[in-house]
Design a protein around this ligand. Structure first.
Ligand code: COS
Length: 379
């Protein structure tokens, strides 16, 4: 069922129409095959870039489309309803452009049109094998040596690892704790930047992350993004916006599950009538639909705060927490509505159920979101 949209401009309506058209024409015919084979859809991301969908929330002067977050997130939601892997790739690429767009030097910012146009795909390297939630404890070290930093360590769970053209590497240039962390922008062909084999995932297989080993990688000193020691603050601000992207992915996935389960319940007959007419199923669908609407409302409320230039970090954490928990619950219930047919790969709900799980983990586990929200309440 198409959700009625209250969009801020006619241009936003056109953008969503374009997104739906691309989703139907380019994404829907390919998603099953790419997910089954675990193939990364680089060409499709290029198509999205050429259609202007890879730099939506950034200024036109930098090569973006100057769209409010409220609109960008609904584009993501639409993509996620057809292919979560693509929507997540767009969200992570958008996150990866954040450090240069907001903290980059004049020279670094010259790269923005290629980044935002999708010619250059980005990766965001914060997590490490021994630490994801405690991001300020990262151990990857960068030591100044002549005109370069020499970087050593291992980054983990890197979306687009081995496929990206540029990597934001959060690393330690100073002492322990958040203030010793800096952000470096490294090209994919940096000597010593060594992507490992992609992880073998439960779901989201077309966009499997990989570890990045940094073995004395030499990154020019003029690729320091922002000030020395500013990296943690950059990482956290990028994630505030990125978490809204993940929440939008969750809403899109959950809406697709509601739509699919509803259509099935109207067709499938037992005891002489469609199962959706039994209260046991009808009430389940009602709860699913209500939770998705609530998740979308929370997400858009946070986006509108961001668009208005107001603090939105805590609202983004709430939206990420709620929307991804809703996606897990709703996809679980969608499998239940389809019964045995929900548990086989002939229907997409089986895949959506596996994919929903990762959204409760990435860009800050939902336990971290609760921690952020609780600290804002209790100090
Ligand atoms: N925006 C700007 N600055 C922020 C910020 C934000 N959202 N959150 C924290 N900071 C700043 C703080 O203001 C503080 O600055 P000062 O040193 O100047 O006071 C500094 O960063 C340290 O903050 P804090 O003490 O809260 O850091 P913690 O070590 O307690 O960590 C959490 C905070 C747990 C919230 C952080 O580590 C986190 O988000 N972890 C999850 C990481 C994550 O999402 N990983 C996924 C990677 S992508 S798959």
């Amino acid at each position: 069922m198409t959700v009625d949209r209250l969009l801020p401009t006619p241009e936003a309506h056109d953008l969503l129409d374009l997104t739906r058209e691309i989703a139907t024409r380019e994404l829907a015919p390919k998603v099953d095959d790419f997910e089954a084979r675990g193939e990364f859809p680089r060409d499709i991301l290029r198509t999205l870039g050429r259609s202007g969908l890879l730099g939506l929330p950034y200024p036109e002067a930098d090569g973006g489309a100057n769209q409010p977050y409220e609109v960008y997130l609904q584009v993501l939601e639409t993509l996620a309803g057809t292919w979560l892997g693509i929507a997540e790739a767009v969200s992570v690429h958008t996150l990866s452009c954040f450090p240069v767009a907001f903290f980059g030097s004049e020279r670094q910012r010259k790269m923005l049109p290629d980044m935002l146009g999708g010619e250059q795909l980005g990766a965001y390297c914060l997590s490490e094998p021994q630490g994801g939630s405690d991001a300020a404890a990262l151990t990857t070290k960068a030591v100044a040596d002549g005109d370069d930093f020499v970087v050593s360590g291992t980054k983990a769970w890197i979306t687009h690892g081995g496929r990206a053209d540029f990597y934001n590497i959060f690393c330690r240039t100073g002492g322990p704790g958040p203030r010793g962390i800096s952000c470096l922008l490294a090209d994919a062909d940096t000597p010593g930047l060594l992507p490992q084999q992609p992880e073998r995932l439960m779901g989201l297989r077309s966009s499997a992350p990989a570890q990045i080993v940094l073995d004395q990688a030499r990154v020019p000193r003029d690729r320091l993004v922002g000030a020395d020691g500013e990296g943690f603050a950059i990482a956290m601000q990028a994630l505030d916006a990125g978490r809204l992207g993940i929440a939008a992915c969750a809403v899109g996935l959950a809406q697709a599950a509601v739509d699919y389960a509803t259509a099935y319940a109207k067709e499938r007959e037992q005891f002489g009538r469609p199962i959706g007419r039994f209260q046991g199923i009808g009430f389940m669908l009602a709860d699913m639909a209500t939770h998705v609407s609530a998740a979308r409302a929370l997400l858009l409320a946070a986006a509108r705060l961001k668009d208005a230039g107001r603090p939105f970090s805590i609202e983004a954490a709430k939206a990420k927490l709620f929307a991804t928990d809703v996606a897990m619950r709703v996809t679980t219930d969608a499998v239940q509505v389809l019964g045995g047919y929900g548990y086989v790969s002939d229907h997409p709900v089986e895949r959506w159920f596996r994919e929903a799980k990762v959204l409760q983990i990435v860009e800050g586990t939902n336990q971290i979101q609760r921690l952020v929200i609780a600290r804002s309440l209790t100090g």
